[in-house]
Design a protein around this ligand. Structure first.
Ligand code: IPM
Ligand code: MN
Length: 360
């Protein structure tokens, strides 16, 4: 008898529109599980702003250990208008990334056919690259402090931490990923070697050192400011990008816009040896919460990445085809409230096409 594949998923719907988009994502995952012969064992965790306001807790006692007992994490959004910025982000999202050592933030920028991009005269053949963002160091490490706080002589220091170990494992992941992706086989280091001459000296040295082991991969370098320009002018130049935490954060919002917006952009926080977490990259969008107007495709695409990560390639491809079909033949726009369908209707459409299978 064939043992059925069972995956234990921790589900954190979170704040704002998080629960609505995760509901649709789970709907699609369940349909894929049914069709491709695996099972999902879901643990829902109510972490987020509401719980924090009620209990003062971000992640409860034993929460990280709880996550560690799962095969992957599926996250909606974190951020609540009544909670001071930073508390939930640092207390939940960044804490999970750091404590589970999810040292890669993988963000595909792929324009699907039929999706509107603000970049004139560029299409799906031009916009198809992946940003690999270091996810545990840099300016996000939380190193720094105040001197003479609250006085006219106040000093605020925010340091970028770059370790040889952290930089090297990220760059190695990027070379491996680029090789496996097997498209243009070009890896671009995005940095700021002309100004940040300590951090980017290290990154550049490690990059070209590791590159020696990958003669099949073409290497390139671009400054982060110029990269923003190329994203708009010549996005087809990119295949895989590797960069630090802060630059990766910034350029992937721009990346999301050229692939059709926050309604479709998804990412994975990956620990190749541990528990990884998948999320739509947009925020909790409180002004749309509870209205059934938010686009669930980003969460659905995060679910697709999660399945791919678990080795359910076929199921992931089926979801991607369903998403392409829905974008191409149904949605008027990917923007909240302008799709021509409600959140749950979009979820139903994708679920339906995932169940039936579509030829594009
Ligand atoms: C992201 C978000 C987070 C980040 C915030 C919410 C902490 O912007 O995932 O890109 O800065 O990493
Ligand atoms: Mn961001």
């Amino acid at each position: 008898m064939n043992q059925k594949r069972v995956y234990r998923l921790a589900v954190i719907p979170g704040d704002g529109t998080g629960p609505e988009v995760i509901r649709e994502g789970v709907k699609v995952l369940q349909v894929a599980a049914e069709r491709f012969g695996f099972k999902l064992d879901l643990t829902y965790l109510d972490w987020g702003g509401e719980r924090f306001l009620r209990t003062g807790e971000t992640i409860p006692q034993g929460g990280i250990e709880e996550l560690q007992r799962h095969d992957a994490i599926y996250l909606g959004a974190i951020g609540h208008p009544k909670v001071k910025p930073g508390i939930l982000e640092k207390g939940i999202l960044l804490r999970i990334r750091f404590e589970l050592d999810q040292y890669i933030n993988l963000r595909p920028v792929k324009l699907y056919p039929g999706v509107w991009t603000p970049i004139k005269d560029k299409g799906p053949e031009d916009i198809d690259f992946v940003v690999i963002r270091e996810n545990t160091e840099g300016l996000y490490a939380g190193s720094g402090g105040f001197l003479r706080k609250g006085t006219p002589y106040e000093v605020a220091i925010q340091e970028s931490i770059n370790t040889r170990f952290g930089v090297e494992r990220c760059i190695r992941f990027a070379f491996e990923y680029c090789r496996k992706r097997n498209k243009k086989k070009k890896l671009t280091l995005v940095g700021k070697t002309n100004v940040l001459t300590y951090a980017w000296d290290l990154w550049e040295r490690v990059f070209y050192e590791v590159a020696q082991e990958y003669p099949d991969i073409e290497t390139d370098y671009a400054h982060v400011d110029a990269t923003c320009m190329w994203f708009v002018k010549n996005p087809e130049w990119f295949d895989v990008i590797v960069t630090d935490n802060m630059f990766g954060d910034i350029i992937t919002d721009l990346g999301a816009m050229i692939q059709g917006g926050m309604g479709i952009a998804a990412g994975g926080n990956i620990n190749p040896q541990g528990v990884s977490m998948f999320e739509p990259i947009g925020g909790s969008a409180p002004k749309y919460a509870g209205k059934n107007v938010i686009n669930p495709l980003a969460a659905i695409c995060a679910g697709m990445m999660l399945l791919e990560h678990l080795g359910e390639e076929e199921a992931a491809r089926a979801i991607e085809k369903a998403v392409i079909k829905v974008c191409r033949d149904h949605l008027k726009s990917l923007a909240a409230g302008k799709m021509g369908y409600t959140t749950s209707e979009v979820g139903d459409l994708v679920a339906d096409y995932t169940a039936k299978g579509v030829e594009l």
